[in-house]
Design a protein around this ligand. Structure first.
Ligand code: ADE
Length: 478
């Protein structure tokens, strides 16, 4: 991910961003950062970049030409096929949120245009800007601070920018709860004691206390967020009545990636925020379902909808013209303890008994994965999964001989082992690694298995995963 900040004050931006975590990430080549001085692109002999607004009014406007040329100077040097976005930071934009940061973190290049004076000539904005973003309802003297806020929030979501890559997901805001209060030494300060439960060493009690505190704090300080949290808890209680069947929806909520599109107490439509996949379930399947309107509104491009009742399939086929692309059973790791690794691999080195090493895949393995994966996934999707650090492979020396991954909506899948390496427990080893990593992150790991895939069902059973009785139905645009 590369950040290109177009500004009249390059030193201000670079001084701010080249320190601390973002600065270290640049030095370690995890992200790229440059400030492009818009003044370098003016054709005015006095290096002027602003002029009076037509029609009169207070202040000066940044002119179109230098802004346009500065922007083109960056866009022209980007290699072909890169996903770039041009952001104009302005109080008139959509309000920046954690969700927007997540969306922007998927781009390869972010160009951020900082305005000054009374703004920028509208014509150049119309030509180049893809996103208008405000960092809040107040007016700053220029866009630089807003650009720095956006870079910081997006950079920390880039894999490996934070040392402990778990914290990007679990800290403060990803969910709908605020962070619980934290304490460090000394035990008593100004007569105030650290809550005794934190000194008890009882993990379970500590977790319980922290959740309670987070809920209380959110209710008091952010009633708006608390309302969202309460709604999701209500939906989760409903889904838990059939835990195995609904594990995809439950985990979507647990992993803080759920947006409720429709809920009336008996019927639920969720959107998984990273993948855009929609999940639907209904307690009693009657004729009229009310959620079609919500889906149609969502249906800008193609839709991917997972149904949890067979009876809904014809209705959805008719109403939304979707077809069933695949039917899957849910395979759920219902236990909290890690799966045993004995007889599979060494826990410290991830070396399998047959001498293979398990490690995260990198982009250079993409051609191998694309040419061997037997499912219907596109090259772009597999590339994205690898780039997200969500695929693992078993390597015999330097040769990749099998792989597995986590889908963008959160299920484990994409398992494939080279024929000459089957019967060596490599599939079992790969899935065990994925499940145990999920457990460590506090997730309930699950996969989705086609009912006719007997070898995979046997593998799930061997690992001790529980299968749902009924399948789910993945529906896609025709
Ligand atoms: N430029 C000036 N004020 C701003 C704000 N609140 N957000 C983004 N850009 C700005």
């Amino acid at each position: 991910m590369n950040f290109h900040i177009l500004t009249l004050f390059p030193e201000m931006v670079m001084q701010g961003l080249m320190t601390s975590i973002t600065g270290r990430a640049v030095q370690q080549n995890k992200i790229g950062m440059e400030a492009v001085d818009i003044r370098d692109f003016t054709q005015d002999k006095h290096r002027k970049v602003d002029d009076y607004p037509y029609g009169g009014g207070a202040g000066m406007l940044m002119q179109a030409q230098p802004v346009y040329d500065a922007c083109q100077s960056v866009l022209k040097r980007l290699p072909e096929g890169r996903k770039s976005r041009v952001i104009y930071v302005t109080p008139q934009g959509e309000t920046f949120t954690q969700k927007k940061a997540g969306e922007l973190s998927k781009a390869d290049d972010l160009l951020i245009l900082c305005g000054h004076y009374e703004g920028i000539d509208e014509r150049v904005l119309e030509e180049v800007v893809t996103d208008y973003i405000s960092i809040g309802d107040y007016v700053l003297t220029g866009g630089e601070l807003a650009a720095m806020v956006i870079v910081d929030a997006v950079a920390r979501l880039v894999p490996s920018v934070l040392h402990n890559d778990q914290s990007a997901e679990t800290e403060s805001f990803q969910g709908n709860l605020l962070e619980y209060p934290q304490y460090s030494r000394p035990e008593v300060w100004h007569g105030r004691e650290v809550p005794s439960v934190l000194l008890s060493g009882n993990r379970k009690e500590i977790e319980k206390w922290r959740t309670e505190q987070a809920v209380l704090r959110t209710r008091k300080r952010r009633p708006d967020l608390y309302e969202k949290y309460r709604l999701l808890e209500e939906c989760k209680a409903f889904l838990m009545k059939q835990k195995l069947l609904h594990i995809d929806m439950i985990e979507c909520i647990n992993r803080c990636r759920a947006e409720v599109l429709y809920w009336d107490g008996t019927e639920l439509l969720l959107r998984e925020t990273q993948s855009g996949v929609l999940f639907h379930t209904k307690e009693t399947v009657g004729k009229d379902s009310l959620f079609a309107k919500e889906i149609k509104e969502e249906q800008k491009g193609s839709v991917c909808l997972v149904l949890h009742q067979k009876e809904m399939v014809p209705c959805v086929q008719q109403l939304l013209h979707l077809r069933v692309s695949v039917t899957c059973l849910q395979a759920v790791c219902t236990r909290r303890e890690r799966l045993p690794v004995r007889g599979l691999y060494r826990a410290d080195t991830l070396e399998t008994l047959s001498g293979c090493r398990i490690r995260t895949l990198e982009e250079e393995q993409l051609p191998y994965v694309v040419s061997h994966y037997e499912g219907e996934l596109s090259e772009e999707y597999l590339k994205d999964r690898i780039a997200a650090g969500q695929m693992k492979g078993a390597f015999c020396g330097e040769q990749l001989v099998g792989f597995i991954g986590m889908h963008d909506e959160g299920s484990i899948g994409m398992l494939w082992i080279a024929p000459e390496h089957r019967q060596k427990k490599l599939g079992q080893a790969l899935e065990t690694v994925m499940v145990n990593e999920g457990l460590e992150r506090g997730e309930i790991p699950y996969g989705q298995i086609r009912p006719e895939n007997q070898p995979s069902i046997a593998l799930q059973e061997k690992l001790g995963l529980c299968l749902s009785k009924e399948p789910v139905y993945w529906m896609e645009s025709q």
